[in-house]
Write a protein that binds this ligand. Structure first.
Ligand code: MN
Length: 231
């Protein structure tokens, strides 16, 4: 008989392109990883380096769903991002080769953000959790299997209601995928099932109920979702 005093939560997962489910252990995110986005937020990448934050594993939502407009905000923003999925773990990784050995595949993601709560948190020097780690805050498209690093010349394009809002080369990321994996592995023990949201380029903006978001990166399967009424 189980010792659990109630049924444990269902394992969150992200669909894999071509079949199968990627069990999500944790969601690690990098902010301020594109200079033009740091600039549009009023900062300077030279003096304001990238930062890490997290979302709970059960914040993932698959492509093709309606994401309810979250409570507690009047300024929900989209952030189109590359997502890296790990099928192996490690600690204190130092080299590109060591980092590459962890990669299961990559996907298109969206780091949904309560921008008003983030601005208030920044002002107070308070944590970002309510701005970033809310329910359904991590839509992710089907994971494309590839043990290679994503091509640096691939474009990340975010469309809202068909209009292009973000368009950037992955090569404009400040910290590269292997650099981020190595840095994270010095702060956390990385494990199979970890997802890494790699940060967003310029062009972020507000979403309203009824809006349709599409994130495309190179030839990866697209992420697409709509915003619904407040939950
Ligand atoms: Mn982000």
């Amino acid at each position: 008989m189980s010792q659990f005093v109630f049924d444990p939560p269902v394992q969150p997962f992200a669909p894999v392109h071509g079949g199968g489910a990627f069990p999500v252990r944790r969601i690690l995110c990098i902010g301020k990883n594109y200079a033009d986005h740091v600039k549009e937020m009023g900062g300077d990448a030279k003096t304001d380096p990238p930062v890490f934050f997290t979302k709970p594993a059960d914040a993932v939502v698959p492509s093709g769903v309606v994401v309810p407009y979250p409570p507690g905000t009047d300024d929900l923003h989209f952030e189109g991002e590359l997502v890296v999925a790990l099928h192996r773990g490690g600690r204190d990784l130092k080299t590109r080769e060591e980092a590459g050995a962890l990669i299961f595949g990559t996907a298109c993601g969206c780091d949904l953000t309560r921008r008003d709560l983030q601005a208030a948190a920044k002002k107070r020097g308070a944590p970002w959790d309510t701005a970033k780690a809310f329910d359904s805050s991590a839509p992710i498209g089907p994971i494309g299997r590839s043990t290679e690093f994503p091509p640096r010349d691939a474009r990340l394009v975010t469309r809202v209601n068909g209009d292009i809002r973000q368009d950037a080369m992955l090569s404009t990321m400040i910290w590269t995928v292997p650099e981020v994996i190595c840095a994270l592995s010095g702060l956390f023990e990385l494990r199979a099932g970890d997802l890494i949201f790699m940060g967003t380029p310029a062009g972020v903006g507000a979403l309203n109920p009824g809006d349709h978001v599409e994130v495309a990166i190179g030839d990866l399967p697209k992420l697409s979702f709509s915003i619904g009424r407040q939950a």
